[in-house]
Design a protein around this ligand. Structure first.
Ligand code: SF4
Length: 303
């Protein structure tokens, strides 16, 4: 049996919330190593140190100043120079939506005919499989699992050896077998086979990290809870100096980006930059000559 997998772009996803809200079987949604070296580079050490601009935004008067006509304290918000043009250029370069992530990303690997609750579990599982794994490999593993009928119960009834063979060769497959079993047992016992609807609860599950949690919130629940930062987003935003200082970890990058990037763009960034990183801003030997941002990128000439 060939199980069709969902093919919905992340930006269109509204989340698989119907079942939990008593609605119909909405066939909604899913989608969405380098870097350590770049992460360790100080922005300051690069030849083309960027100038930054300061934006003045709305502010509030302190309690002691309210109503007294005093000049309120202005709080400047840092934002990288040229980020809007750089973002527009990346959107242009990504307009064909033909990167591996656009068709095979973890958020596309689910059975659209399954109940929403089951779809959400499948989304979470594909995200767990996707870490340190190419999209093509994750999609293959998910296809093998879906053919057998992928639910919390089916996974718990599958022995570890069989599960390992089904998901191999995803990265760290042995550990993932253990995490998938543990997480599935928790979901069965505490969430009636569904997945939790908060980042805090999701990251408490074995094998689920912040990037997976934010993507699961966006894809499965239709809620943008934060910027999902993987190695592509981490690498590219450091190259473009979208963080005020060089960051060393994806979590550090997420915090730095969320300080200035308008919230309405948070849900778009992961899919946009992952595909850009797969096709143009490669981990090694990025294709700067073909990049519309070459003249605006402080890292272009250093690579
Ligand atoms: S110019 Fe090169 S390093 Fe800079 S964003 Fe483009 S591909 Fe990446």
């Amino acid at each position: 049996m060939n199980v069709a997998m969902g093919m919905v772009t992340r930006s269109r996803s509204r989340g698989l919330v119907a079942a939990s809200q008593g609605g119909g079987e909405e066939p909604a949604p899913p989608r969405s190593r380098e870097v350590a070296a770049e992460g360790r580079k100080s922005h300051r050490s690069l030849k083309h140190q960027r100038k930054t601009e300061r934006l003045h935004v709305a502010y509030e008067a302190s309690s002691g100043e309210k109503g007294e006509g005093a000049e309120p304290l202005k709080v400047p918000i840092w934002a990288p120079q040229d980020w809007q043009q750089q973002l527009a250029n990346i959107r242009t370069m990504r307009s064909k939506k033909d990167a591996p992530v656009d068709q095979l990303g973890a958020e596309h690997c689910y059975d659209p005919s399954a109940p929403p609750k089951v779809q959400r579990y499948q989304v979470l599982l594909s995200l767990m499989l996707s870490s340190q794994t190419k999209d093509q490999v994750t999609a293959g593993a998910m296809q093998r699992l879906l053919i057998r009928g992928l639910t919390v119960d089916s996974i718990l009834q599958t022995d570890d050896s069989t599960l390992g063979k089904l998901i191999y060769p995803v990265g760290f497959w042995k550990s993932k077998v253990k995490f998938i079993k543990q997480t599935s047992a928790i979901l069965q016992q505490h969430y009636d086979g569904d997945i939790p609807a908060s980042v805090a609860e999701l990251v408490a599950l074995p094998g689920v990290g912040p990037k997976m949690a934010h993507l699961a919130m966006a894809v499965a629940w239709g809620t943008v809870s934060g910027i999902a930062v993987d190695t592509h987003v981490h690498r590219i935003t450091n190259r473009l100096r979208w963080t005020k200082r060089a960051t060393k970890t994806p979590e550090e990058t997420r915090t730095a980006l969320e300080e200035w990037l308008p919230r309405e763009l948070w849900g778009e960034i992961n899919g946009l930059l992952v595909g850009f990183g797969q096709q143009t801003c490669l981990p090694v030997h990025p294709r700067c000559q073909a990049c519309l941002n070459q003249a605006l990128c402080p890292a272009a000439q250093g690579l």
